[in-house]
Design a protein around this ligand. Structure first.
Ligand SMILES: CC(=O)[C@@H](O)[C@H](O)COP(=O)(O)O
Ligand SMILES: NCC(=O)COP(=O)(O)O
Length: 243
């Protein structure tokens, strides 16, 4: 099976920092440490309300940390401008609601229509790999391909939050989504809410080329330390890929 990348989302290091209004802990330092521990990339979500990552964090990681940077963003004019200035390797377009605690679902690609297609074209035209955060829905995935995206990221949140007895049904849907992405010629990524327990079945899907993990990974680091958690996740991925 082809290798799978682990992109470490450092948003929640910024959440901790912002809780005290100071400069510690620093998400840039976390990104540096994650790469040194074997991460394959860094994900940062610059929310419109700046609740965790701030513009300066993104600027600094882009300038200072040699990493495949995945910039998660709403498809707004402001965010497109930031992406075009910083030129990360990848942008993942996500839906955003100001009141949500966290991203609640995939983007409705079909409803987003021409504006989304235009955003994808501008980002891709700058050499950025564009992915769309979607539910495992064949119609939405086909629309992402039609609009010119190179990848989708399957939203794994419902699966990750489901009771153990209900996970098989969610996994079946995610497998269909991964197959639909491959059939549409799209790269397939996955993420949201993944943990030591829920990562292995996702890592065993051959189409999935990248997972992005943040909340569990940063939280578990309180107990184990960031490098140890990253090594553990990389080992789980390697075991799942080896079959
Ligand atoms: C799209 C997605 O899944 C990430 O943005 C992740 O959830 C970041 O954390 P918050 O949703 O808490 O901002
Ligand atoms: N795209 C998903 C992501 O970056 C991390 O999500 P989570 O692990 O913080 O829920």
């Amino acid at each position: 099976m082809t290798p799978m990348r682990l992109s470490v989302n450092v948003d929640h290091v910024a959440t901790l920092r912002n809780a005290r209004g100071g400069s510690f802990p620093c998400p840039v330092e976390a990104a540096r440490m994650a790469m040194a521990a074997g991460a394959d990339g860094i994900t940062m979500h610059l929310r419109e309300d700046r609740r965790h990552i701030r513009d300066r964090d993104l600027d600094r990681v882009a300038a200072e940390v040699p990493a495949r940077l995945n910039f998660e963003m709403a498809a707004t004019e402001e965010m497109i401008g930031i992406a075009l200035r910083l030129r990360p390797a990848a942008c993942c377009i996500v839906p955003e609601k100001r009141q949500e605690l966290t991203t609640e679902g995939g983007l409705d690609v079909i409803a987003a229509g021409d504006a989304l297609q235009d955003a994808i074209g501008r980002l891709a035209g700058a050499g950025i790999e564009v992915s769309i955060f979607v539910e495992a829905d064949a119609r939405q995935i086909a629309a992402a391909a039609r609009f010119g995206a190179q990848a989708i990221e399957l939203h794994t949140g419902a699966y990750a939050d489901a009771a153990v007895a209900d996970r098989a049904a969610h996994l079946a849907r995610l497998r269909q989504g991964a197959a639909a992405a491959a059939a549409a010629g799209l790269l397939c990524h996955a993420g949201h809410g993944l943990s030591y327990k829920t990562l292995p079945p996702i890592a065993a899907m051959p189409e999935v080329a990248e997972v992005s993990i943040g909340h569990f990974l940063i939280s578990q680091s309180v107990f184990e330390g960031l490098p140890a958690v990253i090594r553990h996740m990389k080992a789980l991925i390697a075991a799942a890929r080896a079959g």
